[in-house]
Design a protein around this ligand. Structure first.
Ligand code: CA
Length: 160
């Protein structure tokens, strides 16, 4: 009598199904890791781009050196290269983004720096007042990717 026996077809099919499920699980985990890694990379670049704007604004006065508080926004003829006060940057969207020296970072195209500048009430920093209406200026930078805000930062400057 022959006591040796091979695997039945059912046993082979069950093994194939179990191995298939294990592989599917590994692929799913790998995709989740890749997405988390991509998000982390975006946030790292976003923080870098926010810091570039913060450094740029540190060198700028609150009011225009020539016209003072007459204009909110860039004075006539001013461009990015000649912006010389904080509110010149109000409403700017830089994509490709810029560094603190105003160079375009073309290798980061697709990430935009959206800048908002406004005056706020010193007693309630959430309350926006008229342009040049207080000594406190709030600067907000939002990092935009594919039309979505993926990071943002707000800080204050005072006139003095
Ligand atoms: Ca200006």
């Amino acid at each position: 009598m022959n006591t040796q026996r091979g695997f039945t077809l059912i046993e082979v099919l069950m093994a194939v199904i179990i191995i298939g499920l294990a592989i599917a699980g590994l692929v799913g985990a790998n995709r989740a890791y890749t997405m988390a890694n991509g998000t982390g990379w975006d946030l790292t670049r976003s923080e870098f781009l926010i810091e570039q704007i913060r450094e740029l604004t540190m060198t700028l006065p609150v009011a225009d050196p020539q016209s003072g508080q007459i204009t909110f926004g860039p004075e006539s003829g001013e461009t990015l290269a000649s912006y010389d006060d904080l509110d010149d940057l109000d409403g700017c969207l830089f994509d490709p983004p810029i560094d603190a020296r105003r160079n375009r970072l073309t290798y980061m195209a697709g990430l935009g720096q959206m800048i908002t500048v406004c005056n706020v009430d010193p007693k309630d920093l959430d309350k926006i007042v008229a342009d040049h209406g207080s000594d406190f200026v709030r600067i907000t930078v939002q990092i935009i990717k594919a039309g979505k805000v993926i990071d943002s930062c707000t800080w204050l400057r005072t006139r003095y």
